[in-house]
Each structure stands twice: as C-alpha cells, then as structure tokens.
Design a protein around this ligand. Structure first.
Ligand SMILES: *Cc1c(COP(=O)(O)O)cnc(C)c1O
Length: 228
C-alpha cells in the first residue's frame, strides 16, 4: 500500500466536494503537489498514484530533487521568491513560475528561457492583502506587469497567484479570494488571455474553489507536516 494514497484520495475528494458545492466541474481545478521540504522519494510515491504537477519554492532543493527524478514526466512549478541571480536556472528547469512580481525578473526569465524549450508558463503573484513583508505585486501594479509578461517573447502569461493573509477568519479569506477573482476577470475583460487563478492551500482550498480558483497548491495535507 502506497504511504501517500490515503492522503491523496482525501485531498482529491475534498476538491471534488468543493467543486460540487460550487456547481463547478472538477476538471476546472488542477492540483499542484507542493513537495518543498519533502524528499524525492515522496515525490516519486505521489507520482506513482498519478500526480504529475509538483511545486517547489527553493531553487537548490528543487534542482537536487529533479536530478533524482529525471525518469519521471513531471510538470515543475516554481512557487517561491525569485531572486534575479537565480533566473537563469529557474528558466531552464521549470515549466511554470507562479511567483512573478517584478519587471526585472519578467525580462530576465524571458531572455534566459532556453530556445529548445516551450515558452515558460507564468503567473503574477499578487499581494492581495497588502501585507508589508509579503512577496507579490500590489493589485494596482498588476496591469503594467501583465502587459510586460504578455509581451515577453519566451513567456506565456497564464494568470494570477496569491497567498492571502494567514487567518482563521473564513469571511476575511473569502473576501481576499473574491478580490483576486475580480482582478482576474477584469484582466480578462481587458483582453489578457488568462486561464489560471492559483489560490487555495491545505487549510483553505474549499473557500478558494468556491471563489473561482482553478489551481490549488497543497503541501501539508498531501505529504504530512514539513520537518516532522
Ligand atoms: C508551502 C506553500 C504551499 C502549500 O502550503 P500547505 O499549507 O502546506 O498546503 C502553497 N503555496 C505556496 C506558495 C507555498 O509556499
């Protein structure tokens, strides 16, 4: 018995139930397995159950895991802060970058994406609750960044990502997710061809799905606590 099968099934049935409650098709919500601080063996185990998309937030850790998993057909998502001196390696080793929030990084990733690879899928990270220490662009800066990312030759702008303020207050979370959806729909109405609204983690994926998420990023509830 695979050690991850119970957790995997539980998370998938939560997503399914959340979609049903929201009157949405389960195919509209993709699950990204956030494997940060978990081993390559854990990734392999989840892969064997059918999971294909994995998220990592630290470059060196991700590269080490990738070297052990070259035989697997994984879609790798970079979801952590992007330092500009790391863009070359990120551009060459990931399928998606969900955490873009600066023009400089947009330009570097586009310039450095290797010719032999398809355009890099990207999301703009939005600091939706305006938290001073948190990564992400201010909502008002998203248009200018979206123009740049959409025009970058080696990037494919897919959508928006957020990590809302840590809180137990469900109404507050719901309002943050709802503001993300409004932003997403406004950008689409302005002609940006976006299909991805990446929001929702272990603790709040139901609320995110109810508010229109198309991609949930789950770590703890798939792999167990980190550093345990
Ligand atoms: C760690 C992380 C997650 C997963 O969080 P869990 O609460 O463990 O599900 C999702 N998104 C980002 C950007 C993360 O860094």
């Amino acid at each position: 018995m695979n050690m991850h099968s119970e957790r995997f099934e539980r998370v998938r049935s939560r997503i399914k139930a959340a979609c049903e409650a929201a009157g949405r098709n389960v195919a509209e919500v993709e699950l990204i397995a956030v494997s940060k601080l978990h081993s390559a063996a854990a990734v392999r185990s989840l892969y064997s159950l059918g999971q294909r998309a994995f998220g990592e937030n630290r470059l060196q850790e991700a590269l080490a895991k990738q070297r052990e998993l070259t035989d697997l057909d994984i879609s790798w998502h970079f979801i952590g802060p992007v330092q500009s001196n790391k863009t070359r390696e990120i551009a060459g080793h990931f399928d998606w970058v969900q955490s873009l929030d600066r023009l400089k990084v947009i330009n570097r990733l586009s310039r450095q994406r290797p010719e032999g690879m398809p355009p890099l899928n990207v999301c703009l990270q939005v600091n939706i609750d305006g938290e001073p220490q948190k990564a992400g662009a201010a909502p008002g800066d998203v248009w200018a960044l979206a123009e740049s990312a959409a025009g970058a030759p080696r990037l494919c702008l897919r959508g928006l990502m957020c990590i809302p303020r840590l809180t137990d207050d469900e109404d507050r979370l719901r309002r943050s997710f709802a503001r993300m959806r409004e932003l997403f729909l406004k950008l689409r109405a302005d002609g940006f061809n976006l299909d991805t609204l990446s929001m929702g983690m272990s603790a709040d994926l139901e609320i995110a799905v109810a508010e229109g998420s198309t991609m949930v990023r789950v770590g703890t509830d798939l792999f167990g606590p980190r550093g345990a």
